[in-house]
Design a protein around this ligand. Sequence first.
Ligand code: 13P
Ligand code: SF4
Length: 367
Amino acid sequence: MSILTAMKKNLMIPEKYKQLTRKELECRVKEVKNKFGSKLFIPGHHYQKDEVIQFADATGDSLKLAQLAAKNKEADYIVFCGVHFMAETADILTSDAQKVILPDMRAGCSMADMADEQQTDIAWEKLTEIFGETILPLTYINSTAAIKSFVGENGGAIVTSSNAHTMLKWAFKKKERILFLPDQHLGRNTAVDLGIDLDEMAVWNPITNKLEYDGDVSKIKIILWKGHCSVHMGFTVQNVMDTRSQFPDRKIIVHPECRHEVVKLADMAGSTSYIIKTIENSEPGSSWAIGTEMNLVNRIIQNHPDKNIVSLNPQMCSCMTMNRIDLPHLVWSLDTLEDNSTHNLIKVDAEIAENAKLALERMLVNS
Ligand code: 13P
Ligand code: SF4
């Protein structure tokens, strides 16, 4: 949601929250948490700022946070410290009585915005004309509820970076080819790991509505939506080469949202949880260059003073939309629980939620 839309809808934070000191804000969060106890659940994604993550009841990657939302029957309020698609997922997986709140409605995800309903309908129609009934859609969890719903309706499922291999194998048991939305890089990296050749992969361009592929289309096994994460696109082959030449002992670990050329040259690739666990289990004194979002990299650095850890790209910054959630916004949303005004409520339309839930459940039973 843009700043302008948020202003029009009166969803901008009142000025008074910006005047409070950090100590005042922290005291207020503690007060509300104590008052609500287990009736309030605050999940926090690994990319959230420290000032927010310190108050999370649980931290995790997208898969873990979806699993926790599905399990939580106790909380009346789920104040989601993450981005919009994560809060939508939590709303779909919880009961109608449970309220999901996003502290700042502008905390979107540029990748999720790269596939909309209209574009997907056009793509599906054109691809079905070419390939008939042979395609199953899969969508990365980083997508809108409407895209999840489209996927659910057409027999497909949701994928996260933690279970992409499992879900892609699951999908290939059902159909000959897969349409993978909206992150071409996670799709390509996972497919390569499963032994699919790059020349068996096509790219669907949602701007030109064209299939980008040279050759015999009957060879195509996976159609990658032309979307990407602007944060992970910031890691380049040059970054890998610089690290290799200047620090040959440094191991390189990256997120699979990075482009294939980078993942191929790295030592390891995996989800945020995989990266955290790998560093935790590594030897004291070991040396690492990490290719993922900067709030997480800085936290890993702080948690492992005995290891030599840097970002793979020395110029890398945090995910701007994850950073929208800060202490003032957290306090503002917690205050609304007390007066029951609960704005910033995330409520997915019931019709959309029904099929989106089908797609999410197909993932959850397989993860
Ligand atoms: P994971 O936490 O699933 O690795 O996803 C990373 C991400 O980009 C979330 O927006
Ligand atoms: Fe979206 Fe990338 Fe930010 Fe994750 S890191 S929320 S994929 S823009």
